[in-house]
Design a protein around this ligand. Structure first.
Ligand code: NI
Length: 172
């Protein structure tokens, strides 16, 4: 396993659509493990492959409260197959948009179909934080960031704050 570097906005790779995985092989399993390690180290509750510059439809998540009992989820080619009409608002953040948070409205419940690390098709229903997190990560695979749901004014403000933060990190 290896830690990978997380890309920060406005890296153009974060705005691109990712390719489906054709075969879940050792290379993909290694990618999944690296992504989980990178996510836990950040720390974060979700990570999509384009955030480490790999343009493939792969995401990892762990929304468990208890750090002693990790509940990692590894999803290849995840697809949201249904969503509830009812929505909820969560304050979202993103490892590619450090230290910035904003309210985003999304469907409360979703159904998601994906391939697990053995290439077996799985289907789950999710609500609450897991539902929000899955939708956020699947968005990444289509080049969509949570800031795309905000006004242009707010989005630009966040970008400027992140650029300032990155600059001060580099000079520190
Ligand atoms: Ni994100």
């Amino acid at each position: 396993m290896a830690l990978r570097e997380i890309l920060i906005i406005p890296d153009p790779r974060l705005k691109k659509e990712c390719d489906p995985v054709e075969e879940v092989n050792d290379e993909i399993r290694e990618l999944l493990n690296d992504m989980l390690e990178t996510m836990y180290a950040a720390p974060g509750i979700g990570l999509a492959a384009p955030q480490i510059g790999v343009m493939k439809r792969v995401i990892v998540l762990d929304v468990s409260d208890d750090k002693e009992k990790p509940e990692p989820l590894k999803m290849v080619n995840p697809e949201i197959i249904w969503e509830s009409e009812d929505t909820s608002v969560y304050q979202e953040g993103c490892l590619s948009i450090p230290e910035q948070y904003a309210d985003v409205e999304r469907p409360i419940e979703v159904g998601v179909r994906y391939l697990d690390e053995n290439g077996k098709e799985q289907e789950i229903e999710a609500d609450g934080l897991l539902s929000t997190c899955i939708q956020h990560e699947v968005d990444h695979l289509d080049g969509i960031l949570f800031t795309d749901y905000l006004s242009a004014l707010k989005r630009n403000m966040i970008l400027k704050k992140v650029q300032k933060l990155q600059k001060s990190k580099k000079s520190a």
